[in-house]
Design a protein around this ligand. Sequence first.
Ligand code: NAD
Length: 497
Amino acid sequence: MTLIEHWIGGKAHPNGTERTGPVFDPARGVQQHEVVLAGEAEIEAAVAAAKAAFPAWRDTSIAKRSQVLFAFRELLNARKDELAAILTSEHGKVLSDAAGEIARGLEVVEFATGFPHLLKGEFTENASTGVDVYSLRQPLGVVGIISPFNFPAMVPMWFFPIALAAGNTVVLKPSEKDPSAANWIAALLKEAGLPDGAFNVLHGDKVAVDGLLNHPDVKSISFVGSTPIAKYIYETASRNGKRVQALGGAKNHMLVLPDADLDLTADAAVNAGFGSAGERCMAISVVVAVEPVADDLIAKITERMAGLKVGDGRRSCDMGPLITGEHRDKVGSYIDLAVEDGADVVVDGRGVEVDGEADGFWLGPTLVDKVPVTSRVYTDEIFGPVLSVVRVASYEDGVDLINSSPYGNGTAIFTNDGGAARRFQNEVEVGMIGINVPIPVPVSYYSFGGWKNSLFGDTKAYGPDAFHFFTRQKAVTSRWLDPSHGGINLGFPQTTH
Ligand code: NAD
């Protein structure tokens, strides 16, 4: 069993404590690695390495920083299959899905390579006579990134390419459930020419997270994970005077109007509900069917579900296992709850036939109809392959339902009525909207983030928001003295002089 160590100052860093966590192969249901869990000394070492690397990296020319990002992009593109294999082995998602995750991360790297344009300040000549005013964007210093298990490569890539481009140095605390991708990326950044200490990986649990939240040398926190932890991160980091963006959980609704093309809608519901075993923050977990479409739509969804092949992501399957046995059991318990709460379990994924080892953390695609909106099956983020259907009488009832959710990450409307779609994008209180697109993850030059309990803070991930987040602005007022500026004047400076 390999021991996954921290990556600090450009190399593997031993752990000072005996604490470790298991890393499973979810498709086999066995532990394959052990990951170290940081204590105080490692937190200190990681932050100190990033702090020491900051002045030189900040002052590295934009051309050189840009070259490192281009080199990283080339290396990652050439070796993405290696990374995909790591993702499938520790997370369980099928290889094609792992490749998709890397492709979306690469988009952010590519966006970040254009950073010189986005870091430009502004200049005003003669704001007052002989006085120029201009603004600069400068990096924050050491930035902390804390990521979830479900996108071990893409979510860190939402942040670090832009943080590094802007001249910051990074401490990444990846999920302890699938930590190897972070070390692989760190080694690749080094190969791309990033100086040692500019990107560090600190493995661990709450101790490591709290260490970053409380460390005075960590200037910002970018967090992605479940809502209760996101709220805690936001409150703690803000109290400590840090800049913080904390992306939380989700419960994404897909509103289906009676005029929708039900075949395309059923395809989309299955793809968005069961891709990555439903372990996506942008997964569709509730289909809101405006009657009379529900019966027909459910029949079409069920037909498609019967063709899904569940199994080891290294084989040619559609859907892999869940991340741990514990999580699989928790997700499965919602199927019992659905029955207790009076819903109809149309397809039960327990006991699904799989193309994989018997001990894998399996749960097949599950469809539950007539879910009461008071049931925890509807209100909780289940984060697994359980798709609920809620039937409503009208468009208005559907939008009211979506807007009463405490989450506001993503949502989609399926319709052929352009007017209804336009009204939906205006009225719905959600941060990312799909119109006949079930997983509306914005491209890298827009920014990613939800509303309400899906994002604490006012700044989204990647895109233009990220350059705002990872830099501080300075405004400079400058005058090069000449004799006309002489004389005493105690009045407040005015531009009309
Ligand atoms: P999680 O909240 O359990 O863990 C996220 C990170 O927080 C991990 O690095 C973990 O080590 C750390 N952590 C866990 N418990 C902690 C504690 N008590 N104190 C401090 N830190 C702690 O989330 P997860 O299970 O890894 O990921 C799934 C969740 O992430 C889902 O809720 C999903 O919706 C959400 N997510 C959201 C987005 C988004 O963009 N909004 C994207 C991906 C995932």
